[in-house]
Design a protein around this ligand. Structure first.
Ligand code: NDP
Length: 483
């Protein structure tokens, strides 16, 4: 069985930490051994990153952009190979991995490659004297990934960080170690200098090394709210910058005048894509009471057509959950839901021929008559949708906002004023009008409230991976200040 090493200084490195097994979620088969980083290995990554930073930060932004651009082109060339690794590592359907995961990472690198040379400061005329500002990198950034979109997350963190002249040490989730390593190889092939993108492997203990280390200037993590809080607390000891991309329990609000077929499309995408393992999913679907029956009829008919199956089958639309622990968590929520709400569809484990060792769940829909149910309040991170009804705009906005999360929200209506008014009142970082879960890299993404701090993508991410230096230039003598 192949062992996945660490990737430090543009080389595979056999770490001296304990190693662990990696599994295919769809079959339960062991696929690789993975070397976990010890503190000593991590120090090597830090030393390499320090050297890499000197080289990378002194290159011209155009040269940096060129390497990022080459990386994006290589990722596109290798899309099928990388997507099939991602499918194997995450259990998500191959059709999704090919359409989204690698391509979205490549888009991000391409976007920031173009932006790198365009970053600039300001000139401030002070009447004789003047000042200018410069955007400078922070230094060594730590990227910590979740297991649902491993290569996309690695690219979404690395691309803006590197475009600004930082270097990155990246740790993928322990459950999905494969494609971050591959990404490091692709960076190298694209001409990345040594030490600019190092990959270390391991669990939360390795993540803690990153948040504790004084040489790390910034931590960007994608994960659960509880993890984000720990990362922020640990980072405060050395006052690191943090970007936190955390969980959610987002609302989709469907008004009476909505295009119902489109609203059903949004609800399906926002609940069952990647078998529900998406942070921004709209798992609280608020439907106006007058259209409840019609909406449910269409929703159920369309959901029944979804194919849960072997992720490697191009026809499969929902794959395997990431592992047994997560499956148990999702099934626990479903059994709670059966007690407290009306089960409309699904609610069972699904047996998949040829994938007996995997954990599959039917797309599940509950009709809920209260916002206080466990399944309506907590993030499930599986294919479980809660449908609720409402009567008035004011009521639904209050209910949609009644959550500690604030990652995303969607509104369906044909009334343009109502759409903008409602979105204006929703407490969420990412809002969609008449669509859902579309996240091109050109627009900022991130949460309000406990769903996060900072933004990924768009021009906004530049703010989070650079610091402003102000330079005052005296053209006139100061003279004796005390005379
Ligand atoms: P976790 O919070 O369990 O883990 C996220 C990462 O943090 C993993 O690499 C994990 O290591 C690491 N980690 C865990 N504890 C610590 C710690 N104390 N210090 C430093 N690092 C630590 O999240 P999951 O991987 O289970 O991902 C699912 C969660 O991610 C969901 O809540 C989802 O909503 C959220 N998410 C948010 C997104 C966003 O953009 N807002 C996008 C995607 C997911 P390891 O797992 O290897 O032990």
């Amino acid at each position: 069985m192949q062992t996945i090493p660490l990737f430090i200084d543009n080389k595979p490195v056999e770490g001296i930490g304990k190693s662990f097994d990696n599994f295919n979620p769809a079959t339960g088969e062991k696929t690789h051994r993975v070397t976990s980083a010890s503190q000593e290995d991590f120090e090597k990554a830090i030393e390499s990153a320090k050297k890499g930073f000197k080289v990378w930060s002194s290159m011209s932004p155009t040269e940096r952009g060129r390497i990022l651009h080459r990386t994006s082109m290589l990722l596109r060339e290798k899309n099928e190979e990388l997507a099939s690794l991602e499918c194997q590592d995450t259990g998500k359907p191959i059709r999704e991995a090919i359409a989204v995961d690698v391509i979205s990472g490549a888009d991000c690198l391409e976007y920031y490659a173009g932006l790198a040379p365009a970053l600039h400061g300001e000139h401030v005329n002070l009447g004789g004297d003047f000042a200018y500002t410069k955007r400078e990198p922070l230094g060594i950034c730590a990227g910590i990934g979740a297991w649902n979109y491993p290569i996309q997350i690695a690219c979404w963190k690395a691309a803006p960080a590197l475009a600004c002249g930082n270097v990155m040490i990246f740790k993928p989730a322990e459950l999905t170690p494969l494609t971050a390593y591959k990404l490091a190889e692709v960076f190298k092939e694209a001409g990345m200098p040594d030490g600019v993108f190092n990959v270390i492997q391991g669990d939360a203990e390795v993540g803690k090394m990153m948040t504790a280390h004084p040489a790390i200037a910034k931590v960007s993590i994608t994960g659960e709210v509880g993890t984000g809080k720990k990362v922020m607390a640990a980072s405060s000891n050395t006052l690191k910058h943090v970007t936190l991309e955390l969980g959610g329990k987002s609302p989709i609000v469907i008004f009476e005048d909505a295009d119902l077929d489109e609203a059903v499309n949004g609800a399906l995408l926002g609940n069952f894509y990647t078998q529900g393992e998406i942070c921004s999913n709209g798992t609280r679907v608020f439907v106006h009471e007058n259209i409840r029956e019609e909406f449910l009829e269409k929703l159920v008919a369309r959901t029944k057509e979804l194919k849960v199956g072997d992720p490697t089958d191009p026809k499969t639309q929902l794959g395997a959950l990431i592992n047994e622990n997560h499956f148990d968590k999702v099934m626990h929520y479903i059994s709670e839901g059966k007690k407290e709400a009306e089960l409309i569809l699904g609610g069972n484990q699904k047996e998949v021929a040829g994938c007996e060792g995997g954990f599959f769940v039917e797309p599940t829909i509950f009709l809920c008559d209260s916002d206080d149910l466990k399944i309506v309040k907590e993030e499930i991170f599986g294919p479980v949708m809660s449908v609720l009804t409402f009567q008035s705009e004011e009521e639904v906005v209050d209910r949609a906002n009644d959550t500690p999360f604030g990652l995303a929200a969607g509104v369906y209506t044909q009334n343009i004023r109502k759409a903008h008014r409602v979105v204006g009142n929703l407490q969420a970082g990412m809002c969609w009008i008449n669509t859902y879960n579309i996240n091109p890299v050109e627009i900022p993404f991130g949460g309000y409230k406990q769903s996060g701090i900072g933004r990924e993508n768009g021009l906004a991410a530049i703010e989070h991976y650079s610091q402003l230096k102000t330079v005052y230039v005296a053209m006139n003598d100061l003279g004796d200040p005390f005379s």
